[in-house]
Design a binder for this molecule. Structure first.
Ligand SMILES: [Zn+2]
Length: 489
């Protein structure tokens, strides 16, 4: 949860393709004739509309030098494509998940997480080239066209009481449009086109293959902020790297004696100090406790519940379901009492106030109340919620369950609310992000040894191996500069 009130504006993403026309066009990258529902002007309009929303919703990494570096490489690659005229832009979004994605019109994003997993500029060029190829070959434009036809109405129909939606289903569906799953053919084509773009600009196309190998070692899944991993958005057929080998060999042969750049050392220098894992500015989870150093509070969810921290809210759910408790910031109009805030907050939902009252939670003013009502497709529900005032802000802790689970959810909410307490400055300062730093591997080093010891142990040995482009079984080569993960000082 951050201070960004991005809410569900990501949905407007979908609105950009409302005016769709059908046209038969020649694919600029493949030269094939195909039906496409989107014109180039529509692609660009969609990208321009989505870009500020993506930046707001996901946040961008506050490192202008690194942003310029990635943008510069992206633009160089894009200038060698069939569509250099697109308004290309390349940004690093602040997500720990390992992913990269593109929006039609030439807007490409890499996550902070994927940068930490790459080991050379050639690999970065491989990732960017791959995403550029999805744009030039209009893979996502075609996908948007297909998806929007069927799901747009449904999606827009879901924007009702978004704050009562667990896990922001609507928001996920909106962002989901960014994380389209391409077919095997599109992926192979993006690999090959991307390798071509990289070679044309002087990077070694073997970077594409080694990048794919590293990403292939990742587990499928997502980080806690709901951003999927590359593996779940880029199906990885077993023969993908093998298929690419022939293309890479051909590209290298075409390059003749021309020196192709890998730039490992230069790349590692750029990411020295890059944050790895969760950004504490969004709050951190320590077991079931959620701590937010900037907003200055701590709150503990019920034992054994699953907790998820997203930019919009923190949501906790018991194993096996039966309700959930979520934490959000709400707006407090000037001079309004907490009772007024609660009324305004739930006014739109049609939920009926049953009982409640003002109280104090660890010294903080609070209003706790129970509501009942009908929710579309959830039937009769009970909402138990507390509005807590702290540091000029109002936090809402709410539990929603079916009427049958009313008592259990009330107990869970009340327990959670009682745990809400201010964080001392000292405690807040002790919450530090993990960062990547470089060191030289010594003879006899193993990933297990590098991952343990004082100041280590922040990531498993396997993670350390994978981010360095190794398997756990292969020890690092002595004398090689490698990445390790330490707490930021
Ligand atoms: Zn792809």
């Amino acid at each position: 949860m951050s201070r960004r009130f991005a809410g569900l504006q990501g949905l407007a993403l979908a609105a950009g393709v409302a005016a769709i026309t059908v046209a038969c066009a020649t694919n600029p990258a493949t030269g094939k004739k195909e039906f496409n529902l989107m014109s180039e002007a529509q692609e660009v309009a969609l990208g321009k509309e989505s870009d500020p929303q993506i930046r707001q919703e996901m946040g961008v990494v506050n490192d202008p030098e690194l942003q310029r570096y990635v943008d510069g490489i992206g633009r160089r690659l894009a200038s060698a494509t069939e569509r250099p005229q697109l308004p290309w832009s390349f940004a690093i979004v602040d997500a720990p998940a390992v992913n990269a994605f593109a929006v039609p019109g030439g807007f490409v994003y890499v996550t902070r997480g994927i940068l930490g997993h790459l080991n050379s500029e050639a690999e970065l060029a491989g990732v960017l080239g791959h995403e550029i190829a999805h744009v030039t070959a209009r893979h996502s434009a075609a996908q948007y066209s297909k998806q929007t036809a069927g799901s747009l109405g449904l999606l827009l129909g879901q924007i009702f009481v978004p704050e009562l939606r667990p896990f922001g289903q609507a928001a996920e569906a909106g962002l989901g449009l960014l994380f389209l799953k391409f077919g095997r053919d599109d992926e192979l084509q993006a690999d090959e086109l991307g390798a071509g773009y990289a070679t044309a600009q002087g990077w070694d196309p073997r970077g594409v293959a080694s990048m794919l190998e590293t990403l292939g070692r990742l587990d499928e899944g997502s980080d806690r902020k709901g951003v999927p991993n590359w593996m779940s958005t880029h199906p990885m057929p077993a023969d993908r790297v093998a298929r690419l080998d022939a293309r890479v060999a051909a590209l290298r042969a075409q390059a003749g004696g021309r020196e192709l750049a890998v730039n490992r050392a230069a790349y590692l220098d750029r990411i020295d100090g890059l944050m790895f894992g969760d950004n504490p500015r969004e709050g951190v989870l320590r077991g079931n406790a959620f701590l937010h150093p900037d907003l200055g509070f701590r709150m503990t969810f019920p034992e054994g519940w699953q907790v998820q921290n997203t930019p919009q809210q923190v949501v906790a759910q018991p194993q096996g379901g039966g309700g959930y408790v979520f934490l959000q910031l709400v707006q407090q109009p000037q001079g309004a009492s907490l009772r007024d805030v609660a009324a305004a907050d739930l006014g739109q939902t049609g939920l009926q106030y049953l009982e409640g009252g003002e109280t104090r939670v660890n010294g903080l003013p609070a209003f706790i109340a129970t509501f009942r009502g009908q929710l579309q497709d959830q039937g009769e529900v009970v909402l138990r919620a507390a509005w807590i005032a702290h540091a000029q802000k109002v936090f809402r802790v709410a539990g929603l369950a079916s009427a049958a689970n009313a008592q259990a959810i009330a107990r869970a909410v009340d327990g959670t609310v009682r745990s809400f307490e201010p964080l001392s400055r000292g405690e807040a300062e002790r919450i530090r992000p993990n960062v990547i730093t470089l060191q030289t591997a010594q003879a006899g080093d193993t990933w297990e040894r590098l991952a343990s010891g004082p100041g280590r142990g922040l990531v498993p040995a396997r993670t350390l191996a994978v981010i360095n482009g190794y398997t756990l079984q292969e020890p690092p080569r002595a004398g090689e500069r490698i990445k390790i993960v330490v707490e930021q000082r």
